[in-house]
Write a protein of this length. Structure first.
Length: 135
């Protein structure tokens, strides 16, 4: 990874609505799986559990629109977008944590969510950072 891209990644939070071309290139370089192996690669070193945690509450506008939509029924787009943005941010934090501990891949990726207080939810993205190399 070039120093420019690395320093950019370390100083930005990357809101899901404002992704840059550099950000997309960084994602393409990451090796992440929900399984515990990569076909064609061997795990050289285990770096440990890595995680990204975001706690998010809906904005007032999302709450109003969501409340009205729940009365009428159907998909609540404002909440769907908020949840997707939150998962993406937790995922990016987990990737950064993996890089910080020296990993070049993540195995066993999982998500978890729980209510922290009324109208605020914690989203946790976690896995095991590893160093992999081609067989």
């Amino acid at each position: 990874m070039t120093p420019h891209i690395s320093s950019l990644f370390q100083t930005c939070y990357f809101p899901a609505k404002a992704l840059s071309l550099t950000y997309h290139l960084l994602l393409a370089m990451d090796m992440v799986t929900t399984t515990f192996t990569f076909e064609g690669y061997r795990i050289k070193e285990y770096k440990g559990v890595v995680r990204g945690i975001i706690v998010r509450a809906p904005t007032i506008a999302q709450g109003i629109v969501g409340g009205l939509k729940s009365i009428v029924g159907g998909n609540i787009g404002a909440y769907t977008n908020m949840c997707e943005d939150t998962r993406e941010q937790a995922y990016q934090l987990m990737l950064q944590h993996a890089r910080d501990v020296g990993g070049n891949a993540v195995i066993g990726l999982r998500y978890d969510a729980s209510d922290v207080v009324q109208n605020a939810t914690e989203v946790l993205c976690y896995g095991t950072a590893v160093v992999i190399e081609e067989e």
